[in-house]
Each structure stands twice: as C-alpha cells, then as structure tokens.
Design a protein around this ligand. Structure first.
Ligand code: UDP
Ligand code: MG
Length: 315
C-alpha cells in the first residue's frame, strides 16, 4: 500500500549522465541505477551523453542500449566539457524530473530517492551534497575556489552546496531555452529559472576506477569562464582598483606639493617618477586586460559557437 502511494507521487525521471573516459564504470553504474529505478515504479529513461571520449565508452553505450530499452545514448562530435554535455541531455530529456550524476560512481544511485523526496517538498532544484567529499586535496581546494566563484555569480545562498548530483524539474529548461555560446555552467542557468533551491546530505564514494578527468588547469579555466561568462565581478574589481589608485595618486600629489611648500623643494628625480609610472601603468594594463577579456567573450558570442554538436542520438 505504501509503495502504491509512493508510485503515485513519484514523477517520471530522466537520469542524465555525462560520460567521459568511463568505460570501466558504465556497466556497474547502469545495473545499480536499474535496481534503484525499478524499485521506484515510475517511468524513466537513462541518458548517457558521451562527451567525445577517446576510450571505448561509446561502443559500450551502444552495446548496453541494445539490451536495455530504458537506455538512450547520445554521442557528441568531440569533447565539449561536462556542462555542455549536460546541457545537451537536458534539452533532449523526455520526462518531468531530471537527475544528473557522474559516471564514475562517486554519486551513489541509491541516494536518488532522497533527492526526489526533497524535491517533492516543493523545491525546484535539489543538490545531493557530499557528507565528506572524496577527492584529492588539490581537487578539494579548487572545488572550494569554484564554489566561491559560484556564490558570487549565482547570488543564491546555496552555492556552498552545489554538486554534480542534482535533481530538478525539467520545466526549468525553458528559462535557458535560448541560451547559446560555448561556455556553460548548468547551476547558473538553473538560477535563471527559480530561487527554490535545496540540498540534502548524501554519501559520496571514493573513485575506485580511473582518475578524475579534471586537471588543475581545467578547473582554473572553468572557474575563470564562469566568472567572466556569467558575472561582471572582474569589471567591478577593475573599477575598484582604478578608484584605489586615483586616491593613491591624489595622496602622492599632496605629498609632493606639501614637500615643496614646507621644505622648499620638490621630489628629486628619476627613481620616484619611474616607480610611480610603473605602478600606474600596471594598474591600467590590468584593467584593460579585464575589459579585453569581456570583449573577447562578446567576440566569441558573435561567432555563435554552439555549446555542443551531436553526432548520433540513439534511443
Ligand atoms: N566529464 C565530461 N566531459 C569532460 C570531463 C568530464 O562529460 O570533459 C564527465 C565525466 O564523465 C563524469 C563527470 O563529468 O561523469 C565528472 O568528471 P570527473 O569524475 O572526472 O570529475 P570530478 O569527479 O573530479 O569532478
Ligand atoms: Mg568524479
């Protein structure tokens, strides 16, 4: 009886997984997912979006989907990035709620019902936040920096809880239906549609197979893209630096004139001038660089580079 009630309430699900270099974990992932989803008694699909993996991931996806009617494979033309692959899956999803998780089994599928319970309380987006993240120390540090950036960009108090394990209502995609451009961050796009965010603590397993496909450099580039792609924070920083140096310059002027009036001679010489010029031109170039960064972004935008391109879309 209890199960009947549950099934009436459980929305239909699109499980969305970006796949990159994950041939080793796909089979166990799909079988664990199937066990959980079957027990939920609802309509569902499992979407595996292959993000141009160089390994056998796509062959495996095709093989798995031959024997499993719930499985849908999408193959991207090349490696576009995790969030781009997610965007592709979100636009192709067919069910009421989308659940995203990593392909490396770090987000346990058994925790999906907990996300759904929270969602049913009336939230639009629910994150599964790890009790204890199981990454390396560098990875954790850079995640922390990324979160800091996300917080400033998202303006939702929830930024500390964002993770790749999310459940959200498919309707939200209407908020970013027109989004184009090569730099994507799903969590920011979701804030365009709702403010009803929530999170639940979930288990987070250590990566048992392979290693993270994120290098420190990739994370840094991603963070920077998010920062300049979705916020004007760096531009504000440039204005503040400009403001600070204007005050500094005024201070120097007062000092120089003061010396002349009190001591009767102005500041001697070249070293003083050279250092002042160096400081100020440094600040100017820095601010110019930031403006240039935004110009470059508009330039890329005008090229209308797509966030992803599909090679195959198989049911
Ligand atoms: N991923 C992707 N494209 C990429 C890199 C990663 O689709 O260019 C996927 C990957 O298959 C996994 C998820 O993004 O499902 C997270 O990647 P990973 O586990 O390597 O990163 P981490 O756990 O360190 O965040
Ligand atoms: Mg991972």
């Amino acid at each position: 009886m209890k199960e009947c009630l549950m099934s009436a309430a459980t929305p239909s699900l699109s499980i969305l997984i970006p796949v990159y270099r994950s041939e080793a974990s796909l089979k166990p992932l799909v079988s664990r997912l199937m066990a959980v989803l079957d027990s939920l008694h609802t309509e569902f699909e499992i979407m595996l979006v292959n993000d141009g993996s160089p390994d056998r991931s796509w062959d495996l996806i095709q093989e798995l989907s031959r024997s499993n009617a719930h499985l849908r494979g999408i193959n991207l033309m090349r490696n576009f990035g995790q969030h781009n692959a997610l965007l592709c899956g979100i636009r192709e999803a067919r069910h009421e709620v989308i659940v995203t998780l990593d392909a490396d089994l770090q987000n346990p599928p058994e925790e999906i019902p907990r996300l759904l319970e929270k969602l049913a309380e009336g939230h639009d987006v629910v994150y599964g936040t790890p009790h204890q993240p199981q990454h390396g120390i560098f990875r954790d540090l850079s995640s922390w920096v990324l979160r800091l950036i996300a917080r400033s960009v998202m303006r939702v108090g929830l930024a500390p809880h964002i993770s790749a394990f999310r459940a959200f209502r498919t309707q939200l995609r209407d908020a970013f239906a027109a989004f184009q451009g090569p730099f994507v961050m799903i969590d920011v796009l979701l804030t365009w549609g709702t403010t009803r965010f929530a999170s639940v603590p979930v288990r987070h397993d250590a990566r048992s197979i392979g290693k993270s496909s994120y290098s420190l450099r990739k994370l840094f580039v991603h963070g920077f893209n998010v920062l300049t792609g979705f916020s004007t924070l760096p531009l504000q920083l440039a204005s503040w630096i400009g403001f600070f140096f204007t005050l500094f310059g005024l201070g120097v002027l007062v000092y120089v004139i003061g010396r002349y009036l009190i001591l009767g001679y102005s500041f001697p010489g070249f070293p003083f001038l050279a250092s002042i010029i160096a400081i100020f031109s440094g600040a100017q170039l820095f601010a110019l660089g930031i403006i240039g960064e935004y110009l470059a972004r508009m330039h890329f935008r005008l090229m209308e580079r797509p966030p992803y391109v599909m090679r195959q879309n198989k049911d």
